[in-house]
Design a protein around this ligand. Structure first.
Ligand code: ADP
Ligand code: ADP
Ligand code: ZN
Length: 213
């Protein structure tokens, strides 16, 4: 099963993608996580990506597509995957469609986690991320057991540089300009499913599971 998560920054794509990955035993692939891991390890790719991420801009398609295609070619992706944060532009979607077509394959579901802009700044300012294992929390809605500490690996949680309100507004604009057109793209392909992302985490997950099964 190949699944794409669509939705504004902070809609809950990552939260749901991790739950899907666990339930269906497929890898969760987040281009944002891959970039952040590279930034943490100070790789050349990380340094390049950081310039764009810190301003709330998209990393150029060329760079992003290469990373994603390398990742989905790995062995653990044979039975499918859930993509979180890719594609984010029409050209990225076209590259993915073409790469899968070559193998007589296609994405099965594009799930749009729908959350209005008004809710997004709150979601982002309360988000706390673990840069070691990729887990995410919300200080009010999904708090860790111990404040500031990752439940899964014990590392310190941080407010991401790009989750500050001024950067979030840029990211929302970028989302509406460059990513939202993917909703029409996947509607035309007949695989778009929309869930109400304003519900609590478990309720959103139930909506998704009923779509997938
Ligand atoms: P969020 O989950 O809040 O939407 P991500 O972790 O997916 O954020 O992405 C963080 C940043 O990484 C984006 O703002 C962008 O700069 C970069 N990025 C991630 N995925 C892509 C992509 N597919 N194309 C271009 N840039 C990306
Ligand atoms: P995205 O990957 O779309 O950027 P995340 O999954 O990181 O979004 O979620 C953004 C923030 O909102 C995080 O702090 C997360 O803990 C919180 N969150 C996720 N889903 C919900 C929900 N259904 N209700 C309230 N908060 C949520
Ligand atoms: Zn962790």
């Amino acid at each position: 099963m190949k699944i794409i998560m669509l939705g504004a920054p902070g809609a809950g794509k990552g939260t749901q993608a991790k739950m899907i990955a666990e339930k269906y035993g497929i890898p969760h692939i987040s281009t944002g996580d891959i970039f952040r891991a590279n930034i943490k390890n100070a790789t050349e790719l990380g340094m390049e990506a950081k310039k764009y991420m810190d301003e709330g801009k998209l990393v150029p398609d060329e760079l992003t597509v290469k990373i994603l295609l390398d990742r989905v070619a790995q062995d653990d992706c044979k039975n499918g995957y859930v993509l979180d944060g890719f594609p984010r532009t029409i050209p990225q979607a076209e590259v993915l469609t073409a790469a899968l077509e070559k193998m007589n394959d296609a994405v099965d579901f594009a799930i749009d986690v729908n959350v209005p802009d008004e809710n997004i700044v709150n979601r982002m300012s309360g988000r706390r991320a673990c840069l070691t294992c990729g887990a995410t929390y919300h200080i009010v809605h999904i708090p860790p057991k111990q404040e500031g500490i990752c439940d899964k690996c014990g590392s310190a949680l941080v407010l991401r540089d790009d989750d500050k309100p001024e950067t979030v507004l840029n990211r929302l604009k970028v989302y509406h300009d460059q990513t939202q057109p993917l909703i029409d793209y996947y509607t035309e392909k007949g695989i778009l499913k929309t869930v109400d992302g304003t519900k609590d985490m478990q309720e959103v997950f139930e909506q998704i599971v009923s779509i997938l099964s």
